[in-house]
Design a binder for this molecule. Structure first.
Ligand SMILES: [Mg+2]
Ligand SMILES: [Zn+2]
Length: 176
């Protein structure tokens, strides 16, 4: 058995338009090209795992049940497009909770590695915030891509050279 290579995807701003604390299906708008891009990753032999900070749960803006229902619906939408989401890991905590799973801490990747036999050397992280890139770095994933978004970053601090405007451009970077 060879170890599994994974594309880890952030959720808000990568899969769906980041409208801040999205928890309702009617507010969940898939980003253009996300399905085509995931099909491409699957063809290359990657599995897809979602890793997402969801402090809206800890802040009591919505419940874990709301999050679970939305995740179930989202996974089904992917399935309708022949895309398998292997798993969804989320951090429900607020910054004050000092947990080990809130990005940029590596806890969600650690959890994924406990559950699956993952080769971090051939895995990728795709996110739209510097904390996504930092989480990958802190977890020992060298390969990451920032999708530039509403969130600003300091290029000198960025731990990747890969910056794209649109998720579809990740195809030019992830080639094997
Ligand atoms: Mg995001
Ligand atoms: Zn957490």
């Amino acid at each position: 058995m060879t170890r599994q290579k994974i594309v880890f995807l952030d959720r808000d701003g990568v899969i769906n338009i980041d409208k801040h604390y999205v928890y309702k299906i009617e507010d969940f708008e898939f980003i253009n090209n996300i399905f085509d891009t995931c099909i491409y990753f699957q063809k290359l032999g990657y599995k897809i795992i979602i890793v997402t900070n969801q402090s809206g749960i800890g802040r009591k803006y919505f419940s874990q049940n709301d999050f679970d229902k939305l995740s179930e619906w989202m996974i089904k939408e992917f399935k309708n497009k022949k895309i398998e989401i292997l798993d969804v890991f989320f951090c429900p905590h607020t910054p004050n909770d000092n947990c080990f799973c809130r990005k940029p801490k590596p806890g969600m990747i650690t959890q994924a590695c406990q559950k699956y036999d993952i080769d971090l050397n051939t895995s990728w992280m795709i996110g739209d915030k510097i904390s996504d890139i930092d989480m990958a770095f802190n977890a020992g994933i060298k390969n990451s891509i920032l999708i530039s978004s509403q969130y600003s970053y300091n290029i000198d601090d960025l731990k990747t050279k890969n910056i794209v405007e649109d998720i579809i451009e990740t195809k030019n970077i992830i080639k094997a």
